[in-house]
Design a protein around this ligand. Structure first.
Ligand SMILES: Cc1cc2nc3c(=O)[nH]c(=O)nc-3n(C[C@H](O)[C@H](O)[C@H](O)COP(=O)(O)OP(=O)(O)OC[C@H]3O[C@@H](n4cnc5c(N)ncnc54)[C@H](O)[C@@H]3O)c2cc1C
Length: 506
């Protein structure tokens, strides 16, 4: 028996649990996996002594998330570190753009485009303290938005209304500067020319210059450890290895959950840190879910699949560009057309020829990730969940890993000679690791405009409440979406407390 059962212990589930426990409620988190953390964990996937993040690795929201600030994760033991450059964007022609907290240096790297970057970043730094919490809050966040000046809102809207390509071409002249924000947007499934596609890359770029692409010392799993420490302190409980199979509903209201081990009653609420389709099509009976909701969930649009690689290296990556050797994250992509070509291939269900990559160099910042002198490397590309409808075979995985390594080798001659061991995961492998990653989608559904704000994961259930009283969706499938910021869980917990007539504790 508990006041609230939280299904799933990803960053959103744990954040929701902490906020509810802090308000004085008895909370139990029920997790299917034998470990907590969802996609925020660190394991030795290659060789002993090499510690790789299974999913989230870089934390622009580590210091910016209102949820993490309130829970004081640093006070709970989380230590963050930053590389000199947050994000580098090299190309084979030798050019390399950069964006990050060291604005002067990044602007110098952009040459004639430097002043344009400085102008946008200086403006963003001024408005971020008010605008970012408003964008992360439960929509429409009218009160929080009212604190942002109309001029700032207008400037933000002018950027948000564009495609990534439109914004990049209007603001920057060189292909190097133009590729920065659209490459960041391809963390999701938003291509440079997608209408209204600018905000994702813009937000990632701007927060790279404030929160920066922070690296948790000891591994991303330290974020989970800090959340668990807070939860324990607040009296919350965690049950591992107990998959919830059903949310029990009586008289149109949730009264608990059922797992293979037995049932747990919930006096007040059930918060699901699960995929939205899983909640609506599997955990809730179709007797309590309106047909319009089930229909929408059956055709729910996922983002691209993900192909993830870890390497154990006997030294640092021998990048041709100096900036890459100092960067937390390196993004490949020659220019806007190259990024566009990549997205087109994924959308066509093809294995991308020359993959766009997000490459993480955690051990440059945190030497505890690898034995002395050695390094870890982490990367992902976006791919189709299946290849022309067929599952990824071992041969396909090996072939794609070769393409990934060839792309890195082209920017870092000698890279292949540094490799001691490689570990790869295709979309289905990621889903097996964390069932929220449906089809290997790391985004909690598409990041295109059809799944944002009032439409996430569907209208009118965009504010964490569901058609079933007492059931709340608090995972990255809810606003504000993917990223290890805890805000989906934080806002869902806020909805539970508001409906119970309670206020948040402190
Ligand atoms: C390869 C990769 C790279 C990423 N890189 C970054 C990054 O650098 N920075 C960043 O901010 N974000 C990154 N992300 C995204 C980030 O990890 C996610 O947005 C975040 O983890 C979502 O948190 P969540 O709590 O909603 O869900 P998850 O972290 O997915 O956790 C959900 C949990 O719920 C459990 N669960 C699901 N169903 C049930 C059930 N029926 N019963 C019991 N338990 C259940 C799952 O087992 C899982 O533990 C990355 C993700 C991936 C996969």
């Amino acid at each position: 028996m508990a006041d609230v059962v939280v299904i799933g212990s990803g960053p959103n589930g744990l954040t929701a649990a902490c906020v509810l426990a802090r308000a004085g409620l008895d909370v139990v988190v029920v997790e299917a996996a034998p470990h907590a953390g969802g996609a925020v964990r660190t394991v030795e996937s290659t060789l002993p002594g090499f510690r790789h993040d299974v999913g989230a690795a870089f934390f622009p929201f580590g210091t910016l998330s209102p949820a993490y600030k309130e829970l004081d994760l640093q006070g709970a033991g989380l230590k963050l570190a930053w590389a000199p450059i947050d994000s580098a964007h090299p190309a084979r022609d030798g050019s390399c753009a950069a964006i990050g907290r060291d604005l002067e240096r990044c602007a110098r790297a952009l040459g004639d485009d430097g002043p344009a970057l400085q102008s946008w970043v200086r403006w963003w730094r001024g408005v971020e303290p008010k605008l970012l919490p408003a964008l992360l809050a439960e929509p429409p966040a009218a009160r929080a938005m009212a604190g942002v000046s109309p001029l700032s809102l207008a400037r933000f809207a002018s950027a948000a209304a564009m495609s990534g390509r439109g914004f990049a071409e209007r603001v920057f002249a060189s292909p190097a500067a133009q590729r920065i924000l659209p490459a960041l947007a391809l963390h999701t499934d938003v291509a440079p020319s997608d209408p209204l596609g600018c905000p994702i890359g813009f937000m990632l770029g701007m927060t790279a210059t404030t929160g920066g692409f922070a690296v948790p010392l000891g591994g991303a799993g330290e974020v989970t450890k800090a959340l668990l420490a807070r939860l324990r302190e607040l009296g919350g409980r965690l049950e591992l290895g107990a998959r919830v199979e059903r949310v029990v509903v009586e008289e149109a209201r949730a009264v608990g959950v059922r797992t293979a081990r037995g049932s747990i009653d919930a006096k007040l609420a059930v918060v699901a840190d699960t995929a939205a389709p899983t909640l609506y099509l599997e955990l809730l009976s179709d007797r309590v879910v309106p047909a319009s909701v089930s229909d929408k969930m059956r055709s729910f649009k996922l983002g691209f699949g993900t192909f993830k690689l870890d390497w154990a290296l006997d030294g640092p990556v021998p990048w041709a560009s100096e900036l890459c050797g100092e960067a937390a994250v390196v993004h490949t992509g020659e220019d806007l057309d190259d990024l566009e070509r990549f997205a087109r291939e994924v959308r066509a269900g093809e294995m991308p020829r020359d993959p766009y990559l997000v490459i993480g160099q955690q051990s440059l910042v945190d030497p505890s990730r690898a034995p002395r002198g050695a390094h870890t490397l982490w990367a992902y590309s976006r791919v189709p969940a299946t290849l022309a409808g067929a599952p990824w075979t071992d041969e396909a995985k090996a072939a794609f890993a070769e393409r990934v390594e060839a792309r890195i080798e082209g920017l870092a001659p000698g890279f292949r000679r540094c490799i001691m061991k490689r570990f790869v995961q295709a979309p289905k492998d990621l889903e097996r690791m964390d069932e929220n990653l449906l089809g290997g989608d790391l985004g909690g559904g598409t990041a295109d405009i059809s799944n944002q704000l009032f439409l996430r994961p569907m209208f009118p259930y965009y504010r964490y409440r569901t058609p079933v009283r007492g059931v709340y969706l608090g995972s990255s499938y809810a606003h504000p979406g993917a990223g290890a910021h805890g805000m989906c869980g934080y806002n869902a917990a806020g909805a539970v407390l508001a409906d119970a007539g309670m206020t948040q504790g402190s």
